[in-house]
Design a protein around this ligand. Structure first.
Ligand SMILES: Nc1ncnc2c1ncn2[C@@H]1O[C@H](COP(=O)(O)OP(=O)(O)OP(=O)(O)O)[C@@H](O)[C@H]1O
Ligand SMILES: [Mg+2]
Length: 205
């Protein structure tokens, strides 16, 4: 069924996912690949609507409702955008996917990890990325980048202890097979060099 390549970029807020996704896309396109950049929550009309609900600071959402909203957005995204792109032989780069739900709703909110993993499997129809890159960013660097911004969405308004739990979760999740960890506390160019080397490996397979 699958001819394309599915690459996921993961990591805490402000770790450089969007920056690196755009640079990787340009590089792959210069090498003649057709590339789709997408994001979670979001990526389709319906999923972007769910994203707005999730990030709205006025939304009152308890953890289990939050989990189901993320997974609902993911099913639609997987069916409508990711699988068709892969069938068409494209490279699809997703800014966040299932590891985010484990890190934020599992470790961050404290929901049962088996429940999260089960829902992830259902929502992805068992589709696995060819490569997941975790941008690991020490708490200290987060604080430096954070000072530069003036507005925060609902998830970003969570207390510092929440963010630290998420960060620790990413460190653990980066040890899984198929997941690579990249030190996000360096320059954009240094990080991109690592990202390209990792992508090149899965593109050759
Ligand atoms: N390696 C880097 N060094 C310094 N600043 C960086 C680096 N990479 C990205 N930035 C800056 O840090 C901010 C966050 O980067 P970016 O938006 O790419 O992260 P993100 O992981 O997509 O964040 P979010 O989760 O908020 O979408 C931006 O202002 C970006 O220009
Ligand atoms: Mg981003």
């Amino acid at each position: 069924m699958k001819k394309g390549v599915f690459i996921v970029l993961e990591g805490p807020d402000r770790s450089g996912k969007s920056t690196q996704a755009a640079l990787l896309k340009d590089w792959l396109e210069k090498r003649g690949r057709e590339v789709v950049v997408t994001r979670e929550p979001g990526g389709t009309y319906l999923s972007e609507k769910i994203r707005r609900i999730l990030l709205d600071p006025k939304s009152d959402i308890e953890p289990m409702t939050e989990l189901f909203l993320y997974e609902t957005s993911r099913i639609k995204h997987t069916l409508e955008k990711i699988i068709p792109a892969l069938k068409a032989g494209k490279v699809i780069i997703s800014d966040r996917y299932t590891l985010s739900t484990i890190a934020y709703q599992g470790y961050g909110r404290g929901l049962d990890l088996r429940t999260v993993e089960t829902l992830n499997r259902i929502a992805t129809l068992d589709l696995k990325p060819d490569l997941t890159i975790v941008f690991y960013m020490p708490d200290r660097i987060f604080s430096q980048r954070e000072r530069l911004r003036n507005s925060r969405d609902r998830i970003e308004r969570a207390p510092d202890t929440f963010r630290r739990r998420v960060n620790r979760a990413y460190k653990l999740l980066a040890r899984r097979p198929g997941v690579e960890r990249v030190d996000a506390g360096r320059s954009i160019d240094e990080i991109q060099a690592d990202v390209r080397a990792l992508a090149a490996k899965v593109l050759r397979n």
